[in-house]
Design a protein. Structure first.
Length: 269
């Protein structure tokens, strides 16, 4: 599952798991601190915020060439964070907080370990489910009327983007995907439009002056149902064996797409 429906909203799973884990960690820390009569919530939130900030800074530095402005660097909607840097910063900040507040050592450690352990378990479960997901045996039509089976893409790295012309973040990320396809000829890009007629898609691409090698029409919404991908846009990353190795719900940026492509290449033998 890539997203969870909450009323009219479709929310990506990983950030929700992190939020849930943090809340549980704060509750555990508060219960331990209550017995010691020493509040600890502010210290743990400081650890979290500083580590996320450091992870974002390192991510931006790694993919500096993908940003056109300072404001793009501040836009965290693409969820671009360097995981290793975030963990390292969290460990350093936790040690500093323990050194500064030695009486809260037990509460701080309890909260931090609870958060990390719970998130690790939850993300492992999600990853295990992802390992069962592959390019489906689904036949879709191209804009010229010819048919393509998605499993034909096995044998090469493949990026699948689920989109629609009425979706504002889909429209904004189209130029990013077009540029990425041009710059990565070894990767197969499949732009799968959701539930719209061919004429609507053709008109949109012409208006935007966009060209993609493969634009497919999913008129019944088969593909998102296959992956539990509620909401648009959704980008799916498959290795050469057709195995789903990563996913991103929401608008991708140049930087987040470059990071995902790097991860996709490293995951393939």
């Amino acid at each position: 599952m890539i997203a969870i429906n909450w009323g009219p909203l479709a929310l990506p799973v990983p950030p929700l798991l992190l939020l849930f884990s943090v809340v549980v960690g704060l509750v555990v820390a508060s219960l331990v601190a209550k017995r010691q009569q020493s509040p600890v919530t502010d210290q743990l939130l400081t650890v979290l915020l500083v580590s996320l900030l450091f992870g974002r800074i390192v991510f931006v530095l790694r993919f500096m060439q993908s940003y056109d402005s300072f404001w793009q660097m501040l836009d965290i909607r693409d969820r671009g964070f360097d995981f290793s840097a975030t963990i390292l910063a969290a460990m350093i900040m936790l040690m500093l907080q323990i050194k500064r507040y030695p009486k809260q050592r037990k509460a701080l450690l309890s909260g931090a370990l609870s958060t990390v352990a719970l998130f690790a378990v939850l993300i492992t479960v999600v990853t295990a489910g992802r390992q069962q997901a592959q390019l489906p045996d689904i036949v879709l039509s191209q804009l010229d009327g010819s048919s393509v089976n998605l499993q034909q893409s096995k044998g090469q790295l493949t990026i699948v983007n689920l989109w629609a012309t009425w979706c504002p973040p889909c429209r904004r990320e189209m130029p990013v995907l077009a540029k990425a396809e041009q710059n990565n000829p070894d990767i197969n890009f499949l732009l799968i439009n959701q539930r719209e007629p061919a004429d609507t898609v053709k008109q949109f691409l012409a208006q935007m002056s966009l060209q993609f090698s493969q634009v497919l029409l999913d008129t019944t919404g088969q593909v998102p149902q296959q992956f539990g991908a509620f909401g648009l846009p959704v980008t799916l990353y498959f290795d050469a064996q057709g195995q789903l190795v990563d996913s991103h719900m929401g608008e991708v940026s140049d930087a987040s797409l470059a990071a995902a492509i790097s991860k996709l290449r490293s995951s393939s033998p």
